[in-house]
Design a protein around this ligand. Sequence first.
Ligand code: 5AD
Ligand code: SF4
Length: 462
Amino acid sequence: MQALNDIPVLDDLDAPKQVAVTSSGKRNVYLETYGCQMNVSDSEIVASVLRENGYGLTHDESEADIVLINTCAIRENAEQKVRRRLDELRSRKKRHNPDLRLGVLGCMAERLRHRLLEEEKLVDLVVGPDAYRDLPNLLSQAHDSGQAAVNVQLSREETYDDISPVRYDSNGVSAFVSIMRGCDNMCSFCVVPFTRGRERSRSATSILDECSRLVDEGFREVTVLGQNVNSYAADGVGFAELLYRISQISPELRIRYSTSHPKDCSDELLHVHAERENVCNYIHLPVQHGNTAMLERMRRTYTRDEYLSLVERARLIVPGVSLSTDIIAGFCDETEEEHRDTLSLMEAVRYDHAYMFMYSERPTTYAARKYEDNVPEEVKKRRLTEIIQLQSQISLGSNQAEIGCEHVVLVEGTSRRSDAQLAGRTDSNKMVVFDRGDYEKGQYVRVRITDCTSATLIGEPV
Ligand code: 5AD
Ligand code: SF4
């Protein structure tokens, strides 16, 4: 998940988010979410399925009859964090509450069902990302029979199209709307195609209905989500067309998306950014690496030069567009020279923001089968540090260039540091903090930038 106020490094994506809606039913569920925005969105679907079936949802872990952990498998340290959490919960169950039921949902469920259930006997319930409709059944089974309940079947169709997510952790301003699931790209380092299965897209009508409802409920921003969001295609509607249609719902609604692949960043999509005022001036364009041979080993389907031309085209068609990226340091066989190509690409593009990771080998992936994870840990760390330091400088430079400029900020809430200040993002996805005055969450406020750090802009309303 993306921290809003910091330059994100590896762990930002893995921080847990817990909460739930009010208690209303027989058994209380405490739901804790790790990993990406898609998991946050999935937990909102899980909350909806549970609520519809008479379960209560609680914020208080000690009130729970059932604890569900929605998990992430993208890097080893994300899995370790979940395992430590499961150990803690299991010992609490043993000591204080033998009736407590523990469940693992999401990407780790898919990957580790046998170990979780049999070898380690850690949990009572294992539910993969396409099996959430089956949760009430599985929960009854786990409770009534005391037997472990499992469904990790992946689907070629499931999009949870008809389920209205319960946005229990929402700020009431920004919402996630899931529009496609799965990934067919098979980048060699990535476990997602194995944990989440094949690509499938939700119908445009139901997405547009959901966005309209969100506007009626007072939401002012949607982030449409998918593992490979810009390969969206359903009923003859492609991603660019879908964004265009969402943007027509209301000029008051900002539209963002995550996470995209450069191969699907078409001119048509860039023109939608340029033409539609409320489609944000921001594109997340994960490059992963700056060297063509490495990109080939990563199976990214573009070269360094092709990527750089795409950036050029994006900046030509969408003047002033803000760009962010994902970068992996220390992938198999990476030489010092190849690493320097990543640094030089970062200098060439000058991203506003980057999510930076150390390569973590994932079992079953192409890289795990065909290549050796042979860059020593200290070298990976040092390369990642160089990447992070460079991005920090670039982000600071890009923020300093904003001083004196004006932006329209959508207020998301109070600033983390002080209740006397509000925080929100610019169209270009930069976080701005300014004095509260009479402004409120959900308002658009024109702000002049007066100062900055590498992570945050500081402004005053004009
Ligand atoms: N090791 C490190 N980072 C990874 N990512 C995906 N798989 C791995 C891995 N095995 C990163 C990529 C991707 C982001 C979501 O996570 O940069 O874009
Ligand atoms: Fe993983 Fe590549 Fe698919 Fe992204 S596009 S989810 S990195 S396989």
